[in-house]
Each structure stands twice: as structure tokens, then as C-alpha cells.
Ligand binder design. Structure first.
Ligand code: ADP
Length: 633
């Protein structure tokens, strides 16, 4: 059974390899690019949300610490105005005298001590210090002209004077709160409280907080990091710088700008600043980024700025980015592995399906062919039935023919039988007449001899009729026959003809048992020997050879004569029924046909040979009952 080879044919290699090559070339760079991209996105998102969370937290911190700064500053706002209530102060401003000054000095000293401010002093409307809490110190303000100070100028105009500056006398930074002292609605002097706010810086440092306060000029006046102190957070023009220098507000400090390496505005009052790593707080050499959150402080034009380092956040964001990239790489790897596995499974499935399809096709073909075979089987069965019927019919016809042949043979032989029987009958008549005469004469011995001869003749006649009866009887396909007895019977039956022809018989055979009915074997032999006798009629020295031999489990008998032989045309039709060359009533043309068919019915065979020396040889083969050779007869 042939299978369809196209089912197993692989795809052309050029078509199968190309996409795989492209995939192998482009997939790794693509995955790396995606890893980097996703890693960066992970980093960015983590940083973004981290900053947002820090910002929310920072807002609370900012609020908390800004309030602390506000409360620290507001603690002192009422203090200068308190001096309005002190009569000695207003008296001193009305008419200064050494006693009054001393009284006010001592009062201010006590007040300063209690309020823990840096200094409290009173100035007249020209800006000269009339009394001060630090009157005992060498660098006391007493008698100093501080009219150039902005806080004085504001206070003398009735406005609250708020000022951060570096003392022109002490060189010490401080927060100045000035208040115009009024009497009867007129400003008679100015009271000033100087406060030191460094305690807040220390508090921030202890809390590891990075924060600063910048004033109205954008100058950092308080900072947890001393390096940032007195730096400007906004760019200052040269003109402003000169003006500020002249005001001595920041003494002679250069007021450099606090310049971040990068600045990114995130929201109102919120920036991302990157500073170079020169701060003491940073040990490594990396630049440091901060989230800068600024809020104005109430009651002052100042701003409070909280710096939250983004270092940890950045590190965290980098880790997150790496994590995302690694996770992506893992997912990509798993996807590739899954895809490869899917392809393998798909290939296996396809192969299985192809196999299944091939199987189905095979099964279809098998079932088609089985149907064909069944049909042809049925046809064959039909034919076999028909042939059996034909065989049956033929066998019946053959049986009929055998019977007919026998009858024909009887008919044929009746003349010779009549001849055979007439001779002894005539002899009997003569002998019986003679015997009566011999008895009448009293010649008893001669009469007795005649009676013996009569007996012998009657026996012979009985044998002839017995052979005839057995020949005419219907035989059986099965049975065993003695070869010797059959030959004897046949020769006896044809004895008369053989004698009259003066035949010379050569007999060389064995008495073996063959698988054929005894009568049928005799019929065959009578036919063959009879034909030989016919063929040798005109032969002056007729000779008949009966030669037997065992061959291949069969017994083979050759019946050879030296008759006229058979011509080429007659040879073709020899075994055909009713073929005869004998004239008139002599031949029916059934002898050979019946003999061959009787031999074949028992598994034997009847053939003919035409010896070069002349005559004819018929070869009869019959299966042996037992292949052991018998005694020669
Ligand atoms: P029949 O003897 O009635 O003619 P057979 O079938 O016995 O029918 O023989 C057919 C023919 O075969 C004979 O007519 C004869 O021509 C030929 N034939 C048979 N035996 C011999 C033989 N031994 N020699 C020559 N011819 C023979």
C-alpha cells in the first residue's frame, strides 16, 4: 500500500530559515533596548512617585518647622512695644540725663536677661542709641548712630521694623525688631530688640534637617549648613549687591549666589535642586540632589526652605529600575521559552495531525480496497459457485459419458464377445453331439474327456461375461486397486483378440496398490490395450510392451505398441470426446477421454508419447497407496 509522500514533505529550507535568522539577529538587541527603556521608565516612575511621597511628607515637615521658626520669631515681636509702657524710657527720650540713661540701661539689661534676647536698646528719632542692655560691654551700642539701619528708618516712620543683619559694632548676625515709640500720637524714639536665631540652626542640625531661611533680599540668613549661610538664593544684580554692601546689612560678606548644578521646578514652591558634593554632610564625591520646598513665613518677608535629600530615593529608584529591567528580562526569557515550547508542541501537533491524516487516508484507502476486495471476493465466490455448478454438471455429464462409454464399449465389444462366445458354443455343440455318440458306443473315456473340455469352455464363457459385467458396473472415485489383477483382467477380457493377432506381449511391471477403483483401472487398461490392438491390426509382428515403474509417489505404466502411430493432426484432438479415426461402427471416440478423466479423478494422469522408432506409448500415472515396491510379477 502506498502512502502519500507529500504528507511528510518538509517546508523548503530557505523559507523556514529566514525568519528565524532575522529573529536571532534582532531579538537580543530589541530585548536589551526594551530592558533599558523599561528600566529607565521604572526608575523614572519610582523617582516621580517617590518625590511625590517625599513632597507630601516634606510639606508636613515644612509646615512644622516653619511654624517653629514663626513662633521663635513672634516670641519677640511684642517686646519693643513693651517699652512704650515704661515711663523711664519716654522720659529719657523726652530729656536725656545720665541718671535716666542709667535707669533705662539697667531696666533694659534686666529685660534682656529675662527675655533671653541678644540686646535691647532705645534710639532717639535721629537714630542715636540712648540706652542699651549691653551698656556694660566694651562694644556697647551706647551713643552709636544707627540711623542708616533700615529697621530704624521703618520704625521711625511708624512701620514695624524687621531686619536681619550683621551688627556693625559686634559683627554678629542677629534679628532686629524695631518699634516706633509713640507719645501723644507722635514718635519720640525707636525701641529695638536684637535676637539671635542660631539656636534654630543647632536644632535643625541635631534633627539632621537641612533647611534655611532666606530674607526679603533672597539672602540665606539661617541655615543648617553653615556653608550656605549668607548666600543668595536668587541672582543679584551688581547694583543690588552694591546697595546691600553699602547698607552694611550683611556687613562686608560677598553674598555669593547659591548656585545649584541643576534646578527643576516641580510645583509652586517646590524644586529639585542638585548641588555639587562639597558639603560636609556628603562624604562621597557624588552630586547631591534635594527636594526643595519653600514656604513664606508669616509676619516676615522671609521664606523657609526645607531640603530633603533625594539620594536614598534615587538609589531606591535605581534599584526599582534595575528590578523592572530584570523582571522584564525574566518575563522576556519566560516568554521566549514559552514560545519555543509552544512551537515545539505545535510542530509535534502538526506532525501528529499529519500522521493522523496519513493514517486516516490509509484507513480510507484500506476500507475502499477492502470494499473492492469484498466485492471481488463476492464475485469470485459467485464464480466459484458457478464453476462448482459447472463442475457438478460436468461431473454428471462425465459420469453419464463414462456410462455411455461403457455401454458403447459393450456395444463395440458385443461383436467380438459374440464371436468369443460363438466359438466355444459351436465347440460345445460339436463336443456334446460327439459325447452322446461316444456314450452310445460305450467309449466312456473319450466321452469323459469331452465333458471335461466342455466344462473348461463353460468356465471360460463365464469369465468373459463376468468381466463384461464388472466393466459395465458404475465405479467409485475412491478405492484401491491391484495393478497386477487389473492387468490380468484386461488381458483376459481381450485375450481372444490378442490370440488371433498373435501378439507378442512384453510384460514388466509390479503388483502395486494404487488409489483407484479396481473396475475403473481395468476399464482404462482395456481401452489402452484395445486401442493398441486396433493400431497393430495391419502389423505382421505385433508387439505390446507393458512396463511399470514407481516415480514420485506414483506408479507409472507405459503401454507401448508398434502400431501405425498417430499423425500430427490427430495428436491435437486425441483426448477430445468422440474423436476417432476408426471407420463406421468400430470407434466411438470416448475411450481415451474417459480413461484420462478416470485417471485425473483419482489424482493421476494419462499422457501420450510418440517414440521415434514408431508406434505409440500411452503413459498412465496413478498415486500409490504405499510407495514400498512390491514383488515383480
Ligand atoms: P475409439 O477407439 O473409439 O476410436 P479412442 O478414444 O479410444 O476412441 O481413440 C481415439 C483415437 O485415437 C482412435 O480412433 C485412434 O485413431 C487413436 N488411437 C488410440 N490409441 C492408438 C494407438 N495405440 N495407436 C494409434 N492410434 C491410436
Amino acid at each position: 500500500m502506498k502512502c502519500d509522500s507529500t504528507l511528510y514533505r518538509a517546508a523548503p529550507p530557505s523559507l523556514a530559515v529566514k525568519p528565524r535568522l532575522i529573529r536571532h539577529l534582532f531579538l537580543p538587541p530589541l530585548i536589551i533596548a526594551l530592558m533599558i527603556g523599561l528600566g529607565y521608565i521604572g526608575f523614572w516612575v519610582s523617582e516621580h512617585y517617590g518625590i511625590r511621597s517625599l513632597s507630601e511628607n516634606g510639606q508636613r515637615q515644612l509646615e512644622l518647622h516653619a511654624r517653629a521658626v514663626e513662633s521663635e520669631i513672634s516670641k519677640y515681636t511684642y517686646l519693643p512695644s513693651l517699652l512704650e509702657l515704661e515711663s523711664s524710657v519716654s522720659k529719657l527720650l523726652g530729656g536725656p540725663s545720665p541718671e535716666l540713661r542709667q535707669t533705662v540701661n539697667e531696666y533694659l539689661e534686666g529685660l534682656n536677661r529675662r527675655s533671653r534676647s541678644r540686646a535691647i536698646y532705645v534710639m532717639d528719632t535721629t537714630g542715636r542709641v540712648l540706652a542699651t542692655s549691653n551698656w556694660r560691654d566694651v562694644d556697647s551700642y551706647l551713643g552709636e548712630d544707627l540711623s542708616f539701619r533700615a529697621y530704624f528708618q521703618n520704625a521711625v516712620r511708624g512701620q514695624p521694623g524687621r531686619f536681619y543683619g550683621i551688627g556693625s559694632t559686634s559683627g554678629e548676625p542677629g534679628y532686629y525688631l524695631a518699634h516706633g515709640l509713640e507719645e501723644h500720637g507722635k514718635i519720640i524714639g525707636v525701641a529695638v530688640v536684637k535676637v539671635r536665631l542660631e539656636a534654630m540652626e543647632e536644632r535643625w542640625q541635631r534633627a539632621r534637617l537641612e533647611a534655611f531661611v532666606s530674607d526679603e533680599n533672597g539672602i540665606i540668613i539661617l541655615s543648617s549648613d553653615p556653608a550656605r549661610r549668607l548666600k543668595s538664593v536668587v541672582p543679584l544684580s551688581d547694583e543690588t549687591k552694591e546697595k546691600l554692601a553699602r547698607s552694611l546689612q550683611y556687613y562686608w560678606f560677598p553674598l555669593n549666589e547659591l548656585q545649584p548644578l541643576a534646578r527643576e521646578k516641580l510645583a509652586e514652591g517646590e524644586e529639585k535642586l542638585t548641588f555639587p558634593a562639597n558639603s560636609e554632610l556628603v562624604s562621597d564625591e557624588e552630586n547631591i540632589s534635594y527636594l526643595s520646598q519653600t514656604r513664606p513665613l508669616s509676619d516676615t518677608p522671609w521664606n523657609f526652605t526645607l531640603l530633603t535629600p533625594l539620594q536614598d530615593l534615587r538609589r531606591e529608584a535605581i534599584n526599582q529600575g534595575i528590578l523592572v529591567a530584570v523582571a522584564f528580562a525574566l518575563v522576556a526569557f519566560l516568554l521566549i521559552a514559552w514560545n519555543e515550547r509552544r512551537k515545539v508542541i505545535a510542530t509535534r501537533l502538526a506532525a501528529r495531525e499529519a500522521l493522523q491524516e496519513a493514517n486516516n487516508q490509509l484507513e480510507r484507502r484500506i476500507s475502499e480496497r477492502t470494499t473492492d476486495l469484498r466485492a471481488s471476493n463476492e464475485r469470485l465466490k459467485g464464480q466459484i459457485r458457478e464453476r462448482r455448478q459447472a463442475e457438478e454438471t460436468l461431473r454428471r455429464a462425465q459420469d453419464e459419458l463414462i456410462q455411455a462409454g461403457k455401454l458403447a464399449a459393450i456395444g463395440q465389444m458385443s461383436t467380438s464377445i459374440a464371436h468369443e462366445l460363438n466359438q466355444p458354443l459351436a465347440a460345445l455343440r460339436t463336443l456334446s453331439g460327439n459325447t452322446v455318440r461316444f456314450l452310445e458306443r460305450g467309449q466312456l473315456d473319450v466321452a469323459s474327456t469331452n465333458l471335461k473340455t466342455i466344462n473348461e469352455l463353460i468356465d471360460r464363457m463365464g469369465r468373459i461375461t463376468a468381466s463384461l459385467r464388472s466393466f459395465a458396473r458404475r465405479g467409485d472415485d475412491k478405492g484401491q486397486a491391484s495393478f497386477g489383477k487389473a492387468v490380468d483382467a484386461a488381458l483376459q477380457l481381450l485375450g481372444g483378440r490378442m490370440e488371433s493377432a498373435q501378439l507378442h506381449l512384453h510384460r514388466n511391471l509390479e503388483d502395486v496398490q494404487v488409489l483407484i477403483d479396481q473396475t475403473r483401472l481395468e476399464q482404462i487398461l482395456v481401452n489402452l490395450i484395445g486401442n493398441a490392438l486396433d493400431a497393430m491390426q495391419s502389423q505382421p509382428q505385433p508387439e505390446l510392451w507393458l512396463e511399470g515403474e514407481e516415480f514420485d509417489g506414483k506408479y507409472r505404466l507405459r503401454v507401448r505398441d508398434n502400431g501405425h502411430g498417430i499423425d500430427a493432426e490427430a495428436r491435437k484432438h486425441l483426448f477430445e470426446p468422440f474423436f476417432t479415426t476408426k471407420p463406421g461402427e468400430q470407434g466411438l471416440g470416448l475411450g481415451l477421454t474417459l480413461s484420462a478423466s478416470l485417471a485425473a479423478a483419482t489424482g493421476g494422469h494419462l499422457g501420450v508419447e510418440h517414440p521415434a522408432s514408431g508406434g505409440t506409448t500411452f503413459v498412465l500415472s496413478l498415486p500409490l497407496v504405499s510407495p514400498t515396491p512390491a514383488e515383480p510379477i
